[in-house]
Design a protein around this ligand. Structure first.
Ligand SMILES: [Zn+2]
Ligand SMILES: [Zn+2]
Length: 172
């Protein structure tokens, strides 16, 4: 499980909302920023940082994530959206109902999604985090759509649909 990382208040100042951050593509991680959560796409055109502890880490077996990632199962790290910033002007977005996914327009790496039903949160693909081993998943979501040959005997809680109850009470 990821640890609570103390936030350096000076690093929060000036944090802008998603997409408005000045470009810092290719900037090496300063040692003072090592405690932050960060990641980026494969080609380096897009970088992101979060100055808050993860809200959740989980696998998703839904068909939409499968199409979006091309992988049999996806994993995500959820953060408060207003504490995250993304740099670079190559971010592309694809909207499918309430879910908008972002990806790199150059290398195609899937990066994150936001869900209108879960306001204020952003879920980054676990595999684009700089230190993915820090984020051990704690649950499986949408196991009702799990592929029959995917077996992950990790003992984690399994949710037939979403692991998060929507404001309307429907966990879909
Ligand atoms: Zn890229
Ligand atoms: Zn999914």
């Amino acid at each position: 499980m990821s640890q609570e990382i103390p936030v350096d208040p000076s690093s929060v100042a000036g944090t802008s909302s998603l997409g408005n951050h000045p470009a810092v593509a290719g900037e090496p991680l300063a040692s003072s920023a090592a405690a932050r959560h960060s990641g980026g796409c494969r080609c380096g055109a897009i970088r992101f940082e979060v100055d808050a502890a993860p809200l959740s880490v989980g696998y998703c077996h839904c068909m939409d994530c499968r199409r979006a990632s091309g992988a049999p199962v996806s994993a995500f790290v959820g953060f408060p959206a207003d504490q995250s910033s993304m740099s670079g002007d190559q971010t592309r977005r694809f909207e499918n109902g309430p879910v908008t996914r972002s990806f790199c327009g150059i290398c195609g790496s899937p990066l994150a999604y936001v869900d209108r039903r879960l306001p204020g949160r952003i879920y980054f693909m676990l595999g684009v985090m700089d230190m993915p081993a820090r984020y051990a998943p704690t649950l499986h979501a949408y196991v009702g759509e799990q592929l029959p040959f995917v077996h992950m005997p990790d003992g984690l809680p399994q949710h037939p649909k979403s692991s998060v109850t929507r404001p309307d009470g429907d966990p879909s």
